[in-house]
Each structure stands twice: as C-alpha cells, then as structure tokens.
Ligand binder design. Structure first.
Ligand code: SIN
Length: 290
C-alpha cells in the first residue's frame, strides 16, 4: 500500500504539519510542488518524523531551494559547511554562560542584497521542556495595520548592516574574518511583496536596521518597535514545540521568527540550520529587478 503524504493546517493563520513523507528519499515532482505550495500558503511547515544525518538534512531542505552560506561561519559543521548548528552551549567570545541565539523577532540576513528566502531548523538535542521557536505571519501583521500606517510605511526603506548602532539588543559577534564583509549597508523595502503570491508583508530585522531612510536610528527603532507591537499578534504566531525528528521550514519573505528563552538553560539545546538563496526583495517602495 502506498502511503500518501498528508498536509494539514496547524492554526487558522499560520503553519501546516506534514506527515507520511520521508525526505531522505527522493520525492517526485508532484510531492515537491505540493510542499512548496503549502509553504507559500502556510508560511511555515513542520515536517515530522525525519531522521537525518547532516548531508541528508541539506538534501531535504534543497526540495525548497538552493542552500547558501550563513553569517556565523564559526558554527558551520565541518563536513557539511552549508549546515550550521544553533547551540545554547556556544557562549560568545569564549564566555561560559549559556546563550539563546535568535531571541527577539527578526528575519534573517537582511544586510545581504539577496537575503535567504527560507530558513530551516532540525532538532538534534532538546531540553526536557520548552526551547520553542516562534514564527509570526507578517502578511497578516501588515494587513492588520491601520490604513494610515500602511500608507506611511509603504514608502519606507530600511538600511541594513550587520548590527545597527541603535539596535535594542546588540548581539552580533561575528568571527574576525566576517566583520565588515556584509557591512556596506543594503536598502530593503519595509513592506515586501511576495514573489509567488504577490501579497505584501512587513519585512525588517530590528537589530540589522541602522536606520529607516529619512529617520534617525532612534526614531527608526521606535517605529519598528511600534510595528512589532501592532503586527505580532498572538493569533498570527505559530509557536513550535519541538519533538525529535521535526524539520521546520519557514518563508522569511513574509515571516518573523524568534527563539523563546523559555527553558532551563542548564539543559542542552542543539538544532541544525540551513538557509536558502532568495531573490532581491521588492515592494511598494522598491521596484522589482531581475
Ligand atoms: C534562529 O533565529 O534561527 C534560531 C531559532 C531557534 O533557535 O529556535
């Protein structure tokens, strides 16, 4: 008997669960199209019961696009450098305290001209409880804004660097060779139009925003915080409670994500992560280029 892959919604506004598929095996074109369409429609997918070695994980994520290198090259896996690890045991600068990387809502690598279209995580070691990952639907977040705010931000662009001077929570500790590499400042539309579905979404990384064009860094951070408060509503969030075997993938073009600091940090948490090449962002403030 052939078991057919099943995809079902996890919440009304965001997220779908995929079962009965083994991404260690080659899947046919129809299944690939269904998965990609489900990702566009639902913004985040949870693909259950996978059992990957790093190279298998990389191949599985490639169903959704082409993997690219990540900023934090010190966290690359040796044999498969396009797979990074996210571990709470990696204290920066040789420090000894556990860390939660990615706490606070953000999207990835906005200081790249072509930021990653998707980010994927795969559970390797989990705490007994918690260690959740949140993904927020920023199409819904944008749609829920008052019309005058929409009109105001449709015109705006953010200037993105590795770490903005007025960012509320400076965190980045790049390896020496990474410093300045991505730092000339890249403009991004604050409202981004999705390449496949054409819908607008809020698009920004508070820490990587040096400023919004025409505003001071401080004014820019105030506006971004206001947008977070207005747009990241509980009903737009999918909060993933990890199980071993879960592969999570979301669409960075219309989502913000964060790691929750909701667990006993004396327990280890390790995930593997892959990001996928994306297109040049465009939106009401920035025309589409090839
Ligand atoms: C990230 O920002 O990619 C990390 C998310 C997590 O660790 O849950």
């Amino acid at each position: 008997m052939v078991i057919e892959m099943k995809i079902s919604k996890l919440t009304e506004n965001i997220g779908a669960e995929v079962i009965d598929v083994n991404l260690k095996k080659e899947i046919d074109r129809g299944a690939k199209e269904r998965l990609n369409q489900a990702l566009t429609d639902n913004i985040v997918l949870v693909i259950r019961d996978q059992e990957f070695k790093p190279a298998e994980y990389l191949a599985a994520v490639s169903v959704f696009g082409e993997p690219m290198e990540q900023h934090f090259t010190q966290y690359q896996l040796k044999e498969t450098p396009l797979v990074n690890y996210v571990s709470n045991r990696d204290a920066y600068n040789g420090g000894t305290k556990p860390v939660v990387r990615g706490a606070g809502w953000h999207t990835d690598h906005t200081n790249h001209e072509r930021p990653p279209k998707c980010t994927s995580l795969y559970a390797v070691v989990l705490p007994d409880e918690g260690g959740d990952t949140g993904v927020a639907n920023m199409r819904a977040g944008y749609a829920a804004l008052p019309d005058d705010m929409k009109r105001r931000i449709n015109k705006l662009q953010t200037l993105n660097v590795i770490e903005g001077s007025a960012s509320p929570r400076p965190t980045s500790k790049l390896p020496k060779e990474g410093k300045g590499k991505h730092d000339r400042g890249i403009l991004q539309p604050l409202v981004r139009t999705h390449l496949e579905c054409g819908e607008n979404a809020l698009y920004f990384h508070p820490i990587k925003t040096e400023h919004i064009v025409g505003m001071s860094p401080e004014e820019s951070q105030m506006l971004l915080q206001e947008l977070l408060e207005l747009a990241v509503k509980d009903e737009f969030i999918y909060r993933h409670k990890w199980r071993l075997g879960d592969m999570l993938i979301w669409d960075n073009r219309c989502a913000l994500h964060q790691a929750y600091q909701d667990y006993d940090l004396s327990q280890e948490r390790v995930l593997h992560r892959v990001i996928l090449h994306g297109e040049r962002p465009f939106g009401p403030s920035m025309p589409r280029v090839a």
